[in-house]
Design a binder for this molecule. Structure first.
Ligand code: R2B
Ligand code: URA
Length: 312
C-alpha cells in the first residue's frame, strides 16, 4: 500500500509522491507556495479541490485564444452550466489567463521562452500541489511554415533550437545546463492518426524550430534591423527544411524540456500562418487567420474527446 501523506492543506492522501511532477527538493521545506504570476497560493486556495480532476492541460500564447478554447471545449464536451460562467481563474493578475472546464485546463503563456517558462514553473507546481495524475499537456499555437502552405497544422516530432539541435540551453548560476527536448512520441502519433478524421485540418508531423526572436532570429528581412542578405535567408530556411524543420515558433524547446524533466506527457501542435519561402509579412486576412488558429484547437479537442470515450 502506498504511504499516507499529508498534502499542503492537511488532507489525507495516498499517492502524493506517485506523480513526481516537480524536481526541486527545496519545495518540501516550504510552508506556503505562492504562485505569484497566477495570484494563487497553497494557503489561500484549495488546489486539490480546484484542480485535482484535471487530465488535459492546453497552453497557448494569447489570453483571448485560450478563453475561446475553454469555451470551445465546454461546448464540445457538452459540459453542464453556461459558457458565460467560464471565468478567468487568474483574474487577480494580468500576466496570464487560466480557465478550467471539466477535466481540461486552458492557460495563456505569452510570447517567447522567458514568458512560457515562468508560467510552466508555476503551472507544474500547481498540478503537483493539486495532486493531479495521468496528465497530458499540449501547446497549441501559431508558427511560420517552412515549405508548407499556410493553414497546415504541424505536430512537432522534435523541438530544435536555431542550430537545429534537439536541446534547450538554460543558464543556471552562470553555467549552461543542456536539456533534451524530446516530446511524447505516442501522443504525437495518436494526434496524427486523429487528424485524418478531420478533413478541414490538414496536418503533418515534423520538427519545429524554436527561436528567441520573431524577426532576425527567424530569418526575416522585414524587422527594424537586418544583418543578412535575401540569399542568406533562403539558404538558412533551405537548410532548416533539409534538417526536417517544418515550422518556426518561439516556445517549443523550453516547453518540451521542462515537461520532459517533470514527467509530463507533452505535445506541440501549431498551425502555420504563412510559408516562409514565400514571404515574411503576415498579410493573410484576419478572418482567415482566425480560421487557421482554430485548427490546432479542433485537433486537440478531437483527441480529448477520443480519450474520454466521447467519440467512436
Ligand atoms: C508564435 O507566434 C508568436 C509570435 O507571433 C510566438 O509566441 C509564437 O511562438
Ligand atoms: N509565429 C512565429 O513565431 N513565427 C511566424 O512566422 C508566425 C507565427
Amino acid at each position: 500500500m502506498s504511504p499516507i501523506l499529508l498534502n499542503s492543506i492537511g488532507k489525507e492522501h495516498h499517492d502524493y509522491i506517485k506523480q513526481e511532477y516537480v524536481k526541486n527538493p527545496h519545495l518540501d521545506s516550504m510552508e506556503e507556495d505562492i504562485l505569484y504570476h497566477f495570484n494563487l497560493s497553497t494557503k489561500t486556495h484549495n488546489l486539490p479541490q480546484m484542480f485535482g480532476d484535471v487530465k488535459f492541460v492546453c497552453v497557448g500564447g494569447s489570453p483571448n485564444r485560450m478563453k475561446s478554447f475553454a469555451e470551445f471545449i465546454h461546448e464540445q464536451l457538452k459540459l453542464p452550466g453556461n459558457i458565460a460562467d467560464v471565468r478567468d481563474i487568474c483574474e487577480g493578475t494580468d500576466r496570464y489567463s487560466m480557465y478550467k472546464v471539466g477535466p481540461v485546463m486552458s492557460i495563456s503563456h505569452g510570447m517567447g521562452v522567458p514568458s512560457i517558462s515562468i508560467m510552466l514553473h508555476e503551472l507544474i507546481k500547481l498540478l503537483y500541489h493539486a495532486q493531479c495524475s495521468d496528465l497530458i499537456i499540449f501547446r497549441i499555437g501559431t508558427s511560420g511554415g517552412v515549405g508548407l502552405p499556410a493553414g497546415t497544422v504541424v505536430i512537432t516530432e522534435k523541438a530544435v533550437d536555431s542550430f537545429f539541435r534537439p536541446q534547450f540551453d538554460q543558464v543556471v548560476l552562470g553555467k549552461m545546463i543542456v536539456r533534451s527536448t524530446e516530446l511524447d512520441e505516442d501522443v504525437a502519433k495518436e494526434l496524427l492518426k486523429y487528424s485524418t478524421e478531420l478533413p478541414d485540418v490538414p496536418t503533418v508531423i515534423g520538427d519545429t524550430m524554436c527561436t528567441h526572436d520573431f524577426y532576425e532570429g527567424q530569418g526575416r528581412l522585414d524587422g527594424a534591423l537586418c544583418s543578412f542578405s535575401t540569399e542568406e535567408k533562403f539558404e538558412y530556411l533551405k537548410k532548416a527544411y533539409d534538417k526536417g524543420v517544418r515550422n518556426i515558433e518561439m516556445e517549443s524547446t523550453v516547453f518540451a524540456a521542462m515537461c520532459r524533466v517533470c514527467n509530463l506527457k507533452a505535445a506541440v501542435v501549431c498551425v502555420t500562418l504563412l510559408n516562409r519561402f514565400e514571404g515574411d509579412q503576415i498579410s493573410t486576412p484576419h478572418d482567415v487567420l482566425l480560421d487557421y488558429q482554430q485548427r490546432p484547437q479542433c485537433l486537440v479537442a478531437h483527441f480529448i474527446k477520443k480519450r474520454l470515450g466521447l467519440m467512436l
